[in-house]
Design a protein around this ligand. Structure first.
Ligand SMILES: NC(=O)C1=CN([C@@H]2O[C@H](COP(=O)(O)OP(=O)(O)OC[C@H]3O[C@@H](n4cnc5c(N)ncnc54)[C@H](O)[C@@H]3O)[C@@H](O)[C@H]2O)[C@H](O)CC1
Ligand code: K
Length: 521
C-alpha cells in the first residue's frame, strides 16, 4: 500500500522535513532537480543518433519553488553539455528565496534566458525536451493569461514533455481548480504519489509517473503520524501477498461459503460470471440462488456450484432465508432485474437475520435507489454491507449527475459510505473504495474492462477476499478491486483491449494469484 498525498499533506511533509528535522530546503531542491535532470538525460541518451550538443532542452518556469526545481535541473543539464533555454513567466516581483537563489546561479553561468510576453509566446518547436516547471503543488486557482498561453504552446509542440512534480495546471488533490493543464509524457514527482495524478482526469495528463525519493524526512511508515487526516492509499502488487494462507487442514466449508442471489428469467450470465470468479478467488462453496431457467446453463458452465431456484410463481424466500444464514458472504443483485419479485428477494436477504458480509450490486442497487425504505433494512442488517455502484448506479442512488460524480468521485463515495454506514466501491476508471475512515484509489485495470459482465466478475472476487480471512473488510474490498484490475491487464495482453470479455477476466484470475505466489500451497 502506498499513500497518495495532496498539496496540504505535501506541504506538511515539506515543512516537517525542513523546519522540524532541519534538512535545508535547498538540499531537497537539488535532489529534486537531480532526479529530473538525470531522468531527462536518460531519455536523451536514447536518442542515440544525436550528440549532446544537438539535443535542445527548454525549461518553462514561474517564480515559485517548482520553477526553482526547474532552474536547478536545467543548470545541471547545461553543465552536461546540452543546448538549453530558460523560459520564465511571471510578474515583475522577485520569486521565492529559492527561486532567486537558483536564478542567480543561472545568471552567473550565463545560461540563455528569455522572459515570456503575453500574446507573444515563444514558439517551442525547436526543442527535443520541455521541462514543465511552472506550477507544482502550489497551484491555487485557474490558469489564465500568459500561463495559459504557454501551456497551449507546450501542448501544441511535439517535444517530449517532462513535468516537475506534477503537470502544471493539475491539482494534487481530489478537486481540480484549473481547466488548463500541461499534458506530460512523464512526471517526476517528489517523495509520494499525488492523489490528483491517480484520479481521472489527472491520470491522463501525468503520463508515466516516476516517484523520486528526494530525502524528505518522512517515510511511508510514518506519514500518518505527521498528518491529521487519513490520506488516500493505493494498493500495489506486493499487497496480494497479504492474502492469508489457506488452512492446511481446512475443508470446503472452512474456505468460505458464498450465496449468490443473481440472474432473472432472461438474464442468467451475471450469475455464472459471479459464481465462476468467486471459485477462482478461493471461495470453498458457491451456492447460486437464481431463476429456474438458468439452472442447466449454470451447472454446465460452473458445475462446482450448487443451485437453488425461484420461479415466476414462487420467490422461494423461506429457502433463501435459510441459505442466507448458512453463508459467510452474500452477493445480491447481478442480473436480478428490477421487479416486484426481485424486490422481494433483496428484502428477504436484508431481513434474513444473517451476519454474513453482504455485497449489494447492480439491480439490488437499482431497487434501493427506487425504494428509500431499503436503507432502513440496510442499517438493521447484522453483517457488513458493501455496495458496488458504477457511476450510473451511483447517480440513481444519490440523485447527483454522472458528471458531478465523475468530477468528485472520492467525496461522493466517502459521503455515501458515511451516510449509510457501508463500504462503498464506486466503480469507474479509477475505482474508489472507502469506509468511514479509509480511502483507496485503484490503479490497476484498463478501458477494455468497460464491458458487460466485468462488474459481475468483481463481485465474485470481492466475495473471495471476504472469505480469505482479512480483519479489515475495506482493505480486502480494495485488494479485490486491484486483483480484478490485474486480471483485466492480463486480458489486455492475451486477448487485447477490444476482444477481451468478462469471462476472460474471470479466467485470468488464477494467473494473477499464482504469479504473486499466493497459490495457497
Ligand atoms: N524545499 C522546498 O520547498 C521544495 C519544494 N519543491 C517544489 O516546490 C513546489 C511547490 O512550490 P511553491 O512555491 O509552493 O508553489 P509552485 O511553484 O507550485 O507555484 C508557484 C506560485 O504560483 C502561484 N500560483 C498558484 N496558482 C497560480 C495560477 N493559477 N496562476 C498564477 N499563479 C499561480 C502561487 O502563488 C505559487 O506560490 C513543489 O511542487 C516542488 O516542485 C521540491 O519538492 C523540493 C523541495
Ligand atoms: K510542473
Amino acid at each position: 500500500m502506498k499513500y497518495l498525498l495532496d498539496s496540504v499533506a505535501m506541504k506538511k511533509i515539506d515543512e516537517y522535513s525542513i523546519k522540524t528535522t532541519g534538512i535545508p530546503s535547498v538540499v531537497l531542491m537539488e535532489r529534486a532537480a537531480l532526479s529530473v535532470s538525470s531522468f531527462v538525460e536518460k531519455l536523451a541518451y536514447n536518442k542515440k543518433d544525436s550528440g549532446k550538443k544537438d539535443i535542445s532542452i527548454c525549461v518553462v518556469c514561474t517564480k515559485g519553488n517548482n520553477g526553482a526545481d526547474g532552474l536547478a535541473a536545467i543548470r545541471q543539464l547545461y553543465l552536461h553539455g546540452y543546448k538549453t533555454l530558460v523560459y520564465e513567466a511571471g510578474r515583475k516581483e522577485p520569486g521565492t528565496d529559492e527561486y532567486e537563489l537558483q536564478k542567480n546561479i543561472i545568471k552567473n553561468l550565463e545560461i540563455p534566458f528569455e522572459c515570456a510576453v503575453q500574446d507573444n509566446i515563444l514558439p517551442l518547436d525547436e526543442y527535443d525536451f520541455i521541462i514543465d516547471a511552472m506550477f507544482g503543488i502550489g497551484l491555487s486557482r485557474d490558469v489564465t493569461g500568459v500561463y495559459a498561453q504557454i501551456i497551449d504552446e507546450i501542448n501544441r509542440v511535439s517535444a517530449v514533455k517532462v513535468a516537475v512534480d506534477i503537470p502544471s495546471g493539475l491539482s494534487a488533490g481530489i478537486v481540480q481548480v484549473s481547466n488548463k493543464k500541461v499534458k506530460a509524457d512523464y512526471t517526476v514527482t517528489f517523495g509520494f504519489d499525488k492523489t490528483g495524478m491517480v484520479l481521472y482526469p489527472g491520470r491522463k495528463y501525468a503520463g508515466k509517473v516516476i516517484v523520486s525519493d528526494i530525502g524528505f524526512a518522512v517515510s511511508q511508515d510514518n506519514v500518518q503520524k505527521i498528518l491529521e487526516n487519513n490520506p488516500a492509499r493505493m494498493i500495489e502488487k506486493k499487497d496480494i501477498l497479504m492474502i492469508p494462507e489457506r488452512e492446511a487442514d481446512g475443508n470446503k466449508g472452512t474456505s468460505g461459503k458464498v450465496l449468490i442471489a443473481a440472474g432473472s428469467r432472461s438474464m442468467g450470465g451475471a450469475a455464472f460470471m459471479s459464481a465462476q470468479s468467486a471459485y477462482r478467488s478461493g471461495c470453498g462453496l458457491v451456492r447460486v440462488f437464481t431463476h429456474e431457467n438458468n439452472k442447466n446453463a449454470l451447472l454446465t458452465l460452473v458445475p462446482e456450484s450448487i443451485c437453488d431456484t425461484y420461479n415466476d410463481k414462487n420467490s422461494n424466500c423461506d429457502e433463501l432465508t435459510k441459505w442466507c444464514t448458512w453463508a459467510d458472504c452474500i452477493i445480491a443483485g447481478p442480473g436480478l432485474s428490477v421487479s416486484g419479485q426481485s424486490e422481494e428477494i433483496v428484502k428477504c436477504i436484508l431481513q434474513s437475520g444473517s451476519d454474513a458480509t453482504l455485497i449489494l450490486d447492480a439491480d439490488a442497487l437499482n431497487i434501493i435507489s427506487e425504494n428509500e425504505e431499503y436503507y432502513e433494512y440496510i442499517s438493521r442488517y447484522k453483517g457488513k454491507v458493501i455496495m458496488t455502484p458504477h457511476v450510473g448506479e451511483m447517480s440513481r442512488l444519490t440523485g447527483k449527475s454522472v458528471g458531478q460524480i465523475k468530477g468528485n468521485s472520492v467525496e461522493t463515495a466517502l459521503c455515501y459510505s458515511k451516510e449509510h454506514g457501508v463500504i462503498c466501491v464506486l466503480k469507474d476508471a479509477a475505482t474508489v473504495v472507502c469506509d468511514h475512515d479509509n480511502i483507496y484509489i485503484n490503479t490497476s485495470g484498463n478501458c477494455g474492462m468497460a464491458t458487460g459482465g466485468s462488474g459481475d466478475v468483481l463481485t465474485g472476487v470481492i466475495a473471495g477476499m471476504m472469505c480469505a480471512g482479512f480483519d479489515d473488510e475495506c482493505f480486502a474490498a480494495a485488494l479485490a478491486v486491484y486483483i480484478h484490475g490485474c486480471a483485466g491487464d492480463m486480458c489486455r495482453k492475451n486477448q487485447g483491449i477490444f476482444s477481451m470479455k468478462a469471462w476472460d477476466i474471470a479466467e485470468s484470475l488464477s494467473t494473477v494469484f499464482t504469479q504473486n505466489n499466493t497459490d495457497y500451497n
